[in-house]
Write a protein that binds this ligand. Structure first.
Ligand code: MG
Length: 340
């Protein structure tokens, strides 16, 4: 087996604003693992708050020696080896995990969801994310998102109520709210959630900073809406720490290191009675389609990252009438676009 990789800058269609930051592009590294003429594709998307960048990704990938493995189906051995190279580096580990899964899917001519025994028709609707913006721009973005059955709205600015009121003037589609740790005390958070509770809101993601553990447990108990952990949960071991603080978790391949860990997290969280959402960063159709293979196991999905960029390199999973629609291509279900 051989590994190839290259840097790729994901260009965003709209400036993307969260409670803590704003940006127009996201650095990514694309990976490819080839074996006997077959290529599996992977991707690491590295938004700034994950502490990974081109330099750390290239450094990690340069240490990988895949020629020692003759059999790509020894995925446990190979993924253990990636893990042993260095701590952290979750996004770049996800990129090689995705490429390896894509490769074994292609070698067996099966989509991953089939290898895992999942029913693709159980894939959920995905939400479509609207960043923090002025009312006029928000109206325009909602127009563009009219085919989606769920909107994800970023809150955590001074205009939170205005943003929700603006949206509710236009549409009564269900909304997930993502605060990205932007409300910094529990009483304010509970007031806001009470205010939101009769506005057809599905759940509130990461209302408080992840460090406020006692306050999060208090909020879980009092909140009329489910509270979902995103920044507070990265990988499997975090689930045990936060199980009493949140009603559910948002799993992302770039946070947890890939499909193997994400699958493990889904089963563990469900066993503990937590709701599971599968999410993404701004990504091409490569990483989004990989995550979509797991979506039939999840209660909610937020897999719109490929729709937020201008320079997707792949065709893959499609959203049809708001629903994640898996194709029958082998592996993660993508084809590289011909770009001249
Ligand atoms: Mg989030």
């Amino acid at each position: 087996m051989q590994l190839f990789f290259y840097q790729y800058e994901l260009q965003l269609k709209h400036q993307f604003t969260l409670s803590s930051s704003s940006r127009k592009s996201t650095p990514a590294v694309m990976t490819e693992i080839t074996h006997e003429g077959v290529t599996g594709y992977g991707e690491a998307s590295m938004p700034p708050y994950l502490n990974e960048n081109y330099e750390t990704a290239i450094k990690f990938l340069s240490k990988i020696n895949l020629s020692q493995f003759k059999d790509p189906f020894l995925t446990e051995d190979i993924l253990e080896y990636f893990d042993s190279i260095d701590k952290g580096n979750f996004a770049v580990k996800a990129s090689v995990d995705i490429a390896l899964h894509d490769l074994i899917g292609k070698l067996t001519a099966l989509p991953l969801y089939k290898m895992w025994g999942l029913n693709k028709f159980n894939a959920p609707n995905t939400s479509f994310t609207i960043g923090i913006d002025t009312p006029d721009i928000i109206k325009q973005k909602i127009d563009e998102a009219s085919s989606f059955k769920i909107l994800k709205i970023k809150l955590g600015s001074e205009n939170d109520k205005k943003i929700i009121e603006t949206i509710r003037e236009i549409t009564d589609v269900p909304i997930c709210v993502d605060v990205n740790q932007g409300w910094n005390n529990k009483d304010f958070a509970l007031d806001m959630i009470n205010w939101l509770s009769d506005k057809n809101i599905l759940f509130v993601e990461q209302p408080l900073p992840k460090e406020l553990m006692k306050e999060s447990a208090w909020l879980k108990e009092k909140s009329p809406l489910p509270i979902i952990a995103d920044e507070a949960v990265q990988t499997s071991s975090d689930i045990l720490k936060i199980r009493d603080l949140y009603h559910g978790i948002n799993i992302k391949l770039m946070k947890c290191g890939g499909l193997r860990t994400a699958r493990e997290m889904i089963y563990l969280a469900k066993e503990l009675g937590l709701k599971v959402m599968i999410g993404c960063m701004t990504e091409t159709s490569c990483a989004v389609s990989a995550a979509a293979q797991l979506s039939p196991l999840c209660h909610w999905a937020d897999l719109d990252g490929n729709l937020l960029i201008k320079n997707d390199l792949f065709d893959g999973m499609k959203i049809i009438d708001g629903k994640i629609t898996l194709n029958d291509l082998p592996g993660i279900g993508i084809e590289k676009k011909f770009i001249s």
